[in-house]
Design a protein around this ligand. Structure first.
Ligand SMILES: *Cc1c(COP(=O)(O)O)cnc(C)c1O
Length: 493
């Protein structure tokens, strides 16, 4: 399958689009079409485990891959996630959690990044690219951590990870600073999430930097959700959750359900949209924001307006104003009008703002619904669920929980079932989660872990407990302008 740029300038075979990352016109790649899963295909997927579902669906977009090999690589990658990589947990009548944090770093970013080393190596092989691959992760802390773990000490790869100095929980920082492995480098970028991502995107499009890498026989590949592999791999868990509801007798095949997603950059939510376009019976995708509710306002008014300050919250992956993956949806909603999409993206650059038409807005609202939680209401939602059911969730998922509660409060007769996409293990935010469920405040992250465990009896994942004894290896912070210098310094070493 080919992928095309949202701005009209490029069309590449899937794996080539994945290697390229960002099209030369500055847009984003989207699949040229969405393969629709027939009822028969959905039924045949019912009996498969997660790894097999990933292989079948991935092949639909990246048909150059060899199915048998892909399947065996999926089995290896997801075996590290325990019994079920995408576990569905019922927490109330018609409300389910899709726990996507059983991977090596405890965030849903592992769901896609775990398979990336294989996919990238294979793609380069297919095209005779015999170079060192430099994986760039300049995004949220969770992306950076997940990319580091996935590519750690893998032959032929180097990883340059950057994370926002002002966009991390203490535990997330500890995870990054203690990273092990010889082929990688971790640096904080002074500023917030938007600034870190923007610096990364600039670097990918920087010709001079590409020349420098060329001289060193190195090719740069983005681990961010710019990368189409990630988008497609993320669509799989929506499909898988649906299938599990059917197998569990919770819904009839064909019945529509909703999903609720803590939406930061909109990559995860866009993957849900991909699943819907593939024929998965999804009624609504509820996108949850925190105080940074640009997206919620957009879904309400049709105006995307970034003229505001970013607020720092306890759900840092949502502390974002520029949800860059929204460009992919805008492209679809405009009837794949690449000129219009490019125009809107340029007005975001110049005026920090754009607007869609009334018709487009109502088309968006047929599927998408936005809501936001603030620092108190997300905590209340987490507390309520814990007290009522004993279920513990992280702060990002807490925002989605609040949005779901609001929805059913407003739509009391709605019997559509909802799956909340749970994106992080609660122990990634031990102090904030402890505060939510007990009201206790502690300064130290590991004290938080201990008390959270005492209060909830939830198992502490190894990637968190093992951190205690690991020294901080990476403590450098650089200016957003210094990314290329930092990367070049690293790969010369
Ligand atoms: C990245 C991330 C999100 C937001 O996902 P987007 O694809 O950026 O919308 C939500 N929760 C966690 C834990 C994350 O790491």
């Amino acid at each position: 399958m080919n992928f095309i740029s949202t701005r009209g300038g490029e069309r590449l075979a899937g794996v080539k689009a994945a290697i390229k990352g960002i099209p030369g016109d500055g847009g984003l790649f989207v699949p040229e079409s969405f393969p629709v899963l027939s009822r028969g295909e959905l039924e045949s997927l019912l009996n498969m485990g997660y790894a097999e579902r990933v292989a079948v669906i991935t092949l639909k977009y990246f048909d150059e891959l060899d199915y048998k090999e892909l399947l065996s690589e999926c089995e290896i990658a997801y075996s590290a996630f325990g019994e079920d990589a995408a576990q569905l947990v019922r927490i109330d009548d018609g409300v389910y959690m899709l726990e996507l944090w059983r991977g090596p770093t405890c965030s849903y970013k592992d769901m896609s990044l775990a398979l990336m080393p294989y996919l990238l190596r294979k793609s380069c092989e297919n095209y005779g690219i015999d170079k060192q691959i430099l994986v760039l992760a300049a995004a949220s802390c969770d992306t950076a951590k997940s990319a580091l773990e996935a590519f750690k000490d893998k032959n032929g790869f180097k990883v340059a990870a950057f994370y926002p100095s002002e966009g991390a929980s203490k535990m997330q920082k500890l995870q990054l600073c203690a990273q092990e492995g010889e082929n990688l480098n971790v640096t904080a970028v002074r500023g917030n999430y938007d600034q870190c991502r923007a610096a990364g995107r600039e670097l990918i499009l920087n010709r001079k930097f590409a020349d420098e890498l060329e001289k060193r026989n190195t090719v740069l590949i983005s681990a961010d959700s710019f990368n189409v592999f990630r988008i497609i791999l993320q669509a799989v868990y929506y499909i898988s959750a649906y299938l599990d509801l059917v197998s569990g007798g919770q819904i009839e095949i064909g019945e529509e359900i909703d999903f609720a997603i803590p939406a930061g950059n909109f990559g995860n939510a866009y993957s849900g949209y991909v699943a819907k376009r593939m024929g998965l019976p999804i009624r609504k995708l509820h996108c949850a924001n925190n105080l940074n509710n640009v997206l919620t306002d957009f879904f309400t008014t049709g105006v995307y307006d970034m003229n505001r300050e970013v607020s720092k919250t306890t759900s840092p992956s949502l502390d974002i104003l520029n949800a860059t993956d929204l460009e992919r949806l805008l492209f679809e909603i405009s009837g794949r009008n690449s000129a219009l999409t490019a125009l809107r993206m340029s007005s975001i650059k110049t005026d920090l703002k754009f607007e869609v038409t009334t018709a487009e807005l109502s088309e968006i609202r047929r599927t998408f619904d936005g809501g936001s939680a603030n620092e108190e209401t997300s905590v209340e939602a987490m507390y309520d669920v814990f007290v009522d059911t004993g279920y513990v969730m992280d702060t990002l998922t807490g925002c989605a929980m609040k949005v779901v509660q609001d929805w059913y409060e407003k739509n009391k007769k709605d019997e559509t079932k909802v799956v909340i996409v749970s994106t992080a293990n609660p122990y990634k935010f031990p102090q904030d989660v402890l505060y939510a469920v007990t009201g206790n405040d502690v300064k130290d992250s590991f004290k938080g872990v201990k008390r959270l465990h005492a209060a909830t009896a939830m198992a502490v994942p190894k990637c968190i407990s093992a951190l205690r004894d690991k020294p901080a290896r990476f403590t450098k912070t650089v200016d957003p302008k210094k990314l290329s210098e930092e990367v070049l310094g690293f790969i010369l070493n």
